[in-house]
Design a protein around this ligand. Structure first.
Ligand SMILES: [Zn+2]
Length: 527
């Protein structure tokens, strides 16, 4: 049986570090898909409970009775933080990253410990369920987005993957793990068999291995469905169970600047998952070259019968969080991604000759849903990644141009309603990237508005309205519901609003196309 997740934060009236801790926790709980709950206890009002839990100083955070943050730890994270910072409210400052990452990783650790078995069941079954509701091959040939069509610019995928890696080093491990689950239980399995039926035509392991390699070449390379994961694939085989896959023009990484990180962890995981489920044996799959490491193409080493250690969260966890230099490299890379996307759309500077710069939306959807359903907390990670990308100053130029063109003489920071008006024009200007079709914003009052996004690339064509997960959680009063899917976009809107109003805004998805609504709807509120 699944126990409800319980986060308790003890705080006090005069505690300066309590506020950001509480804000991050609230956000993590709101976006997590795991039915997490949070309780706030003011120690000055409830001395008895505080004593019972042994709380001497605040903030103090418990997760299912395990201490995940003490006042001392919070204070040490804020010690480098100076009061005269010029960072406007709502922006990520280095200590904000550290605090978010610290809480996020601690919660995941504690969560995994609390119910490893439940989590595995949740991962496996939700991915099977979601995969069944995703587009199948026949449906792939029909257009599900009447206005913008079913292709989305690769810059969108890259901004998601790179933002994830930029805010949390462990994201690499999560990308691999969700790829692995997608390979084992997702649609890639039926596609690869369809592309190369010979995989099942032989019982001999080494021949199957070879046939899978051939299947991967079609699955990721040019194929009849033009999913366009990569522009070309070649493979080299060194022995019966050892090969290298060369991936040219990976949608995840092509033209990335050197960020010192291999970014195609999802693909590595998917290959590992496909190998394991088809051959009945684990395969170590490691990306040894990547555009994210400054190479001209990506390369994956595959060794059957070995385990992949490269992406183990424990291994990544032992590293220090990113240094200032790493953060700058990521900023530069994200700025480049948005510039490449802009150049590709506006000036037709093609990033991937041959295949072109668009992938089928099902590619993006598999990645997002696998990520989301491989761990309930990954929704939070996606939302934070979107917020981080939304807060980047790179695009301020295009926002100024929009204001000029529309004769909007607003100055920074803007009123909330002014920011909504500007964002409506801005989001509609993204239509050529095909991230979504029209966006309309309904202002409710001075501090809240509804964003309506039509034909979102992340959710169009997915039908989760009939998914009932209660069977997976017998005896649980409120089983998690499959609702919001567009965490990155909701984070992105959040980040852009933070940037324009220079204040804390909260954004959550209240209606999703994937659960049967005609469009995705986000509620934005000034905190
Ligand atoms: Zn790569």
């Amino acid at each position: 049986m699944t126990e409800p997740v319980n986060i308790i934060i003890f705080k006090g009236p005069k505690c300066a570090t309590c506020k950001p801790v509480e804000r991050h926790l609230k956000r993590i709980v709101e976006t997590s898909q795991g039915g997490a709950t949070m309780m706030t206890i003011d120690t000055s009002e409830n001395p008895a409970i505080s004593t019972k839990y042994g709380v001497r100083n605040v903030p103090h955070v418990l997760y299912n009775d395990e201490v995940v943050l003490t006042a001392q730890q919070a204070a040490s994270m804020f010690s480098s933080f100076t009061v005269e910072t010029t960072e406007p409210a709502g922006m990520f400052s280095p200590d904000q990253y550290d605090l978010f990452n610290y809480l996020f990783n601690k919660l995941i650790e504690a969560g995994v410990k609390a119910s490893e078995a439940d989590r595995d069941r949740w991962r496996k079954l939700s991915i099977i369920t979601v995969s069944e509701r995703l587009l199948n091959i026949e449906e792939l040939e029909m257009v599900t987005r009447p206005t913008v069509g079913d292709y989305v610019h690769i810059g969108h995928l890259q901004s998601i993957v790179t933002s994830l890696l930029a805010i949390n080093p462990i994201a690499k491990g999560y990308l691999f793990r969700s790829g692995e689950l997608a390979g084992k239980f997702g649609a890639a399995q039926s596609w690869i068999h369809r592309y190369n039926p010979k995989i099942m035509g032989t019982l001999r392991m080494k021949e199957r291995f070879k046939e899978i390699l051939k299947g991967l070449k079609i699955l990721y390379g040019p194929n009849q469905l033009a999913s366009n994961v990569a522009s070309d694939i070649t493979f080299e085989q060194f022995s019966d169970y050892h090969a290298k896959l060369h991936v040219y023009g990976s949608a995840h990484a092509v033209m990335n600047t050197d960020i010192g990180q291999d970014v195609c962890g999802f693909l590595a995981g998917e290959v590992a998952g496909l190998m394991e489920v088809t051959l009945g044996e684990k395969a170590a799959v490691v990306e040894t070259r990547c555009c994210g490491l400054g190479h001209d193409h990506c390369e994956f080493e595959i060794r059957l019968g070995e385990e992949t250690d490269h992406y183990s969260p424990r291994k990544i966890e032992t590293k220090e969080f990113f240094s200032e230099t790493d953060r700058l490299r990521f900023e530069l890379s994200l700025a480049n991604i948005s510039r490449h996307m802009f150049d590709s759309i506006l000036y037709r500077r093609i990033m991937r000759p041959g295949t072109g710069d668009y992938i089928h939306i099902s590619v993006l959807q598999h990645i997002l849903t696998s990520l989301k359903f491989s761990d309930p907390f990954n929704s939070t990670l996606l939302a934070y990644a979107g917020q981080h990308y939304g807060q980047m100053l790179e695009d301020v130029g295009s926002i100024s141009r929009i204001m000029q063109r529309r004769n909007l003489g607003y100055s920074f920071p803007m009123e909330f309603t002014q920011a909504c008006e500007v964002l409506e024009y801005y989001l509609n200007s993204l239509i050529q990237s095909k991230i979504h079709a029209d966006v309309t914003i309904e202002v409710i009052d001075d501090e809240s508005a509804k964003f309506k996004i039509w034909e979102s690339a992340a959710t169009s064509g997915i039908d989760l309205s009939t998914v009932d997960l209660s069977a997976l959680f017998p005896g649980v009063e409120k089983p998690p519901k499959v609702t919001a899917l567009d965490d990155f976009l909701s984070g992105f809107i959040n980040g852009r609003l933070d940037l324009l109003v220079e204040d804390d805004v909260s954004v959550r998805e209240i209606n999703c196309q994937a659960s049967g609504h005609p469009y995705c709807e986000f509620l934005a509120e000034l905190d």
